[in-house]
Design a binder for this molecule. Structure first.
Ligand code: PMP
Length: 306
């Protein structure tokens, strides 16, 4: 991975290789923690973090859902991320930020009330999550044999570390089968989300994306809905079944890391002309205009670090 100079850990900037934890850290054994994935882009006015406040708020809320009290405020963690970006003196087009709230060393056993809560933020330059070629030509998606766990036993809206076992199994299966990414259905057979992104499809000019009944309340999904409506498209939030995807005209994934990744094929069914569809392309280029600070209508979503 691309190393950087510093990692913010419990209030201090530490050299990258000094940001370590004890092997008996609670989260390592029992899997309770919360993460964020936030991104900064190099705009004409320097780096700007996209929707920083929304991401930090979601981090604290994810932790709350899984019974972890974060010992910092949203403002303090926003500030930490800005300071970290400045200190690292990045030069690339964009930088990924990974805040994590985890339970540290001192308590063993599943009951975690007394386990110390720790917070760290790392940042590094990260290329296209699903590949540069995928951004232009579209990726191949496999509907996973794993489904998103039922809401009675899982909290899919939390960006909880534990939820990524499900994602990881689905992703591995898809990649080993020769696909780029996995799409998970819910326990009733309707689309939930990809292993690390949200799903959109287009049919007869209508843009459709599922509600977050069993998926992360995605910030990029929300941005794309807002953008697409302003661009004049009809956007529907409703359940999507497998066979609808197979006859979609276009599809794409959205996420902070995935940005807008076109989907060209699902389970050996080629969508539309088998590449990046025309509406997808418009949405992708509008999204990049927004995050790179080229659309003043969305400037309120950008936190400039200087
Ligand atoms: N679903 C999952 C499982 C994810 O990991 C992500 C990436 N954070 C998303 C959806 C997209 O969320 P966001 O747009 O907030 O990055």
């Amino acid at each position: 991975m691309n190393e950087a100079k510093y990692i913010w850990m419990n209030g201090k900037l530490l050299p990258w290789h000094d940001a370590k934890i004890h092997v008996l850290s609670h989260t390592l054994h029992y899997g309770n923690g919360a993460i964020e994935g936030t991104k900064a882009y190099k705009t004409p006015k320097g780096y700007a973090i996209f929707r920083l406040n929304d991401h930090t708020k979601r981090l604290i809320e994810s932790a709350k859902m899984t019974l972890i009290n974060v010992p910092y405020t949203v403002e303090e963690l926003n500030h930490a991320q800005i300071e970290l970006l400045k200190a690292n003196e990045f030069t690339g087009e964009n930088v990924y930020l990974r805040p994590i709230v985890y339970l540290g060393y001192g308590v063993m056993g599943v009951y975690h009330k007394e386990a110390p809560v720790e917070v760290a933020v790392s940042a590094w330059e990260w290329g296209a999550y699903l590949g540069e070629e995928g951004m232009k030509k579209g990726i191949r998606l496999k509907i996973s044999s794993f489904s998103r766990p039922n809401n009675k036993s899982n909290m899919g809206k939390a960006k909880a570390v534990a939820n990524y076992l499900n994602s990881q199994m689905a992703k591995f299966e898809a990649v080993e089968a020769g696909y780029d990414e996995a799409l998970l259905l819910d326990d009733e057979g309707y689309v939930a989300e990809a292993s690390g992104a949200s799903f959109f499809m287009i049919k007869d000019g209508e843009i459709i994306t599922p509600p977050n009944d069993n998926s992360l309340a995605s910030i990029t999904q929300k941005t794309v809905i807002e953008m697409a409506e302003k661009m004049g498209y009809t956007v529907s939030r409703r359940r999507i079944s497998r066979e609808e995807i197979y006859i979609a005209d276009e599809a794409f994934l959205t996420g902070t890391a995935a940005e807008i990744t076109p989907v060209r094929e699902v389970d050996a069914r080629v969508l539309g002309a088998g590449g990046r569809g025309p509406i997808t392309e418009k949405i992708q280029s509008s999204y990049f205009d927004i995050v790179y600070g080229r659309n003043p209508d969305y400037d309120h979503y950008l936190t400039y670090i200087n």
